[in-house]
Design a protein around this ligand. Structure first.
Ligand code: PRP
Ligand code: MN
Ligand code: MG
Length: 200
């Protein structure tokens, strides 16, 4: 598998360190003290503070989600949605399909959508509309990688939602740490550039 990789872009260590930073930002921004100015809110059952729902976009976000939530020092819920738009190719179909919906009711809750990569923006734009229609009180996005050079659709965060990004990604076809080509390479512990001869 390693010999299919042209170059490692983000090592296991770099990813881990960056996730620690993202998780502390999230912990701070969603702490009951920040949100309600009430230190007791966490313990009080009738407070207005509700545990944020961290939603992983399957399949790509599974490793990032698992590593991120372990470093968030707050009560949170975890759920998944499944969206697909690339199938087994390297180009977005432009029509993401929600093939598996949330289990948790997000009405009135703060949602943090977790992605491995934002490319054209189609997936997030579709998901944000969907979660907004379910009545989420805020929608944030936390993505490991962002490829702004490929953006085709802008998405608007909801309420006080923020955009958290691990790394800006140069415009190569990258795999590893959740990212696939034709469902392979997701289990690499790092993000790397796939050798073009592997998909051309
Ligand atoms: C990939 C990636 C993101 C999305 C980003 O998912 O995991 O979810 O594409 O692309 P976009 O910004 O152009 O929409 P994919 O559709 O390949 O499904 P997967 O997560 O199961 O690999
Ligand atoms: Mn995906
Ligand atoms: Mg994919």
């Amino acid at each position: 598998m390693e010999d299919h990789i042209e170059k490692i872009l983000f090592t296991e260590h770099q990813i881990s360190e960056r996730i620690t930073e993202l998780a502390s930002e999230i912990t701070l921004n969603f702490s009951p003290y920040t949100i309600t100015n009430n230190e007791e809110a966490l313990l009080s059952s009738n407070s207005s503070w509700a545990a944020p729902v961290v939603v992983g976009v399957a399949t790509g976000a599974f490793l990032f989600l698992a590593d991120l939530v372990r470093k968030i020092k707050l009560p949170i819920s975890v759920d998944f949605v499944r969206v697909e738009s690339y199938g087994s190719g390297t180009v977005s179909s432009g029509k993401p399909k929600i093939s598996c919906d949330l289990k948790i009711d997000v009405t009135g809750k703060h949602v943090i959508l977790v992605e491995d990569i934002v490319d054209t923006g189609n997936t997030l734009s579709c998901l944000i509309k969907h979660l907004k229609s379910k009545g989420a009180s805020s929608i944030s996005v936390c993505t490991l990688l962002d490829k702004p050079s490929k953006r085709k659709v802008n998405f608007e965060l909801v309420g006080e939602g923020k955009f958290y990004c691990g790394f800006e990604c140069p415009d190569y076809f990258v795999v590893g740490y959740g990212l696939d080509f034709a469902e392979l390479y997701r289990n690499l512990p790092y993000v790397g550039i796939l050798k073009p001869e592997m998909y051309s």
